[in-house]
Design a protein around this ligand. Sequence first.
Ligand code: UD1
Ligand code: CA
Length: 465
Amino acid sequence: MTPSPAPTPLHIVILAAGKGTRMKSRIPKVLHRAGGKALIDHLLATVARFRPATTTLVIGHQTEDLRAHFAGRDVVFAIQEPQLGTGHALLQAESALKGKTGCVLLLSGDVPLIRPETLGALVEHHLKQAAAATVLTAVFEQPDGYGRIVRKDGAISAIVEHKDASAEERGIREINSGIYAFDLPPLFDALRQVGSTNAQGEYYLPDLVRVFRQMGRRVETVVLADSVEILGVNSRKELADVAAVLRDRKNADLMARGVTILDPASAWIQPDVEIGADTVIYPNIYLEGTTKVGSGCEIHSGVRIVDSVIADDVVVSNYCVIRQSVVDRGAQIGPFAQLRPDSRVGESAHVGNFVELKKTTMGKGAKANHLAYLGDATIGEKVNIGAGTITCNYDGVNKHPTIIEDGAFIGSDSQLIAPVRIGRGAYVAAGSSITEDVPAGALAIARGRQVNKPGWIARLKQRKD
Ligand code: UD1
Ligand code: CA
């Protein structure tokens, strides 16, 4: 058997030195977020599938913000200063690619919707045709602003920028997507032949097409089937458009897997979220980060769940916020409940309206149905927490734990002043301020005794006459 040839090394170059003026932002354009991730991170996640040999980012503005964002990651920076056009931008990547062979996949930093299948097809075609350059093109009804693909006898002969195009060329509807594959060895020598005598006085990267053709090298095109993939982000409007596409893609995938989504336009489910079949998602919800929702759940309107795990058959009723927490099978949360980080609600437990948990575990079948603050607490199985219960976990300097053992009953409007332990099966009378541990099976009453004074009101009124 003959061994297959070593795969051609692939080098990614991403252009992101432009100013992004129309975003009107202090944040670099490619760091704006859609679908819970920076635009550039969508792109990097997509190209990472090809296991690139190198990844180079050409940057020019707010370089410190960008370096901080990529700290510790396998990304090389090339600085373009001043910005003299896309051709000049690519030239700045030369030293990062010195002595390397293989193929360059070049993209703009602001096209988060491009699919790996599309890039794979582009590179495959490029390698198969042994081309010097392969341009990803698209056909647009409204091609204004884009570079136009000029063809001679069917083959691409040049790309003409909109501002430089003749009336006839402006009629061309096939446009340059700004995504290309290049053969690395001849790339930078060819790029040095690109001039800047054009309408914008810039070094145009697309002029490489003309240069390679004049050198007698092969230039190829691949036409994009779904033009939404090259939707770029130049403004807040386009940022919202991209976010909506990411949302729709995710929701389509979830529905195909058996999730019911009542109103896909208002279900904001981030790309890495997982949801099991037969879960029903009501309108206006936000499921974020690494959240996993099991099957057979109901997630009602107004809910936000971040980086949490929700087991099967859980009901999260309206207007709950759940962050970095775990909810076990069959539990019921809300309406109007908040689970703050590091909380765990046990199997079939109930957390009702206006209940807040922080770093608190509730055992199987435990209930806190109304109006409670439970912080730094470990609550056993089948514990009943009455309305108005507060764990006083903070003395102004330190946080202290509350332990409530299995089967205990906390009467309404009680304060448990931590550190404190309520023993197994113990009762706390309503309205108590508990400062000492309660032994298992005991009843603790810690409140002022009631005194009734008969006829007291009548005597009061007599005195006034
Ligand atoms: C470019 C193409 C055009 C194509 C369009 C697709 C050129 C000259 N034209 O036009 O044919 O149809 O993309 O969207 O390339 N950048 C730098 N340094 C610079 C200039 C730009 O890094 O000096 C970066 C930008 O940050 C951006 C990318 O290059 O990520 C493209 O630049 P942009 O100005 O958006 O190009 P267009 O004029 O849209
Ligand atoms: Ca431009």
